[in-house]
Design a protein around this ligand. Structure first.
Ligand code: MG
Length: 155
């Protein structure tokens, strides 16, 4: 068993899409970034890479590389999981926490779980997605940004 932790932050910007675990959440603002800025999947990928001490997504998919401009993070997640399985591991489970003030993403959580599970080829029961606010405090509370934490266990 190998455990890994990932953390990611993106700025929020008007007119950008808000994509979380591959699911578009209707919103007048979204996460800014070189890729689709899916903060939740970025944290998850870093957790998987961290579990195997394989670096981070910045090393594997540099934002200086034009081929990753606007790329869907689900595509990157598939590549990361290929690396995991090539190293002889599979996912036991993952737990993701998304931190943002608004909008409420509870209605989208199950779709996020099932889409992530589908990309990885695992059961929905192995993917947990949670959301919380920081009670109006800090950069997430003020709406300047969105953060995500992920923990994963590989076997
Ligand atoms: Mg990121």
């Amino acid at each position: 068993m190998r455990i890994g932790f990932g953390y990611d932050v993106h700025r929020l910007k008007e007119g950008r899409k808000l994509i979380l675990c591959g699911v578009e959440v209707p919103c007048e603002f979204g996460a800014d970034g070189h890729s689709d800025a899916d903060v939740a999947l970025h944290a998850l990928m870093d957790a998987m890479l961290g579990a195997l001490a394989l670096g981070d997504i910045g090393q594997h998919f540099p934002d200086s590389d034009e081929q990753y401009r606007g790329v869907q993070s689900t595509v990157l997640l598939k590549k990361v999981y290929e690396l995991v399985t090539q190293n002889g591991y599979t996912l036991n489970n993952a737990d993701i926490t998304i931190v943002l003030q608004s909008p409420k993403i509870a209605p989208f959580i199950n779709t996020m779980r099932s889409l992530t599970a589908q990309v990885l080829g695992v059961g929905i029961e192995d993917i947990s997605v949670k959301a919380t606010t920081e009670e109006g405090l800090g950069f997430t509370g003020g709406g300047a940004g969105i953060a995500a934490y992920a923990v994963t266990l590989l076997k």
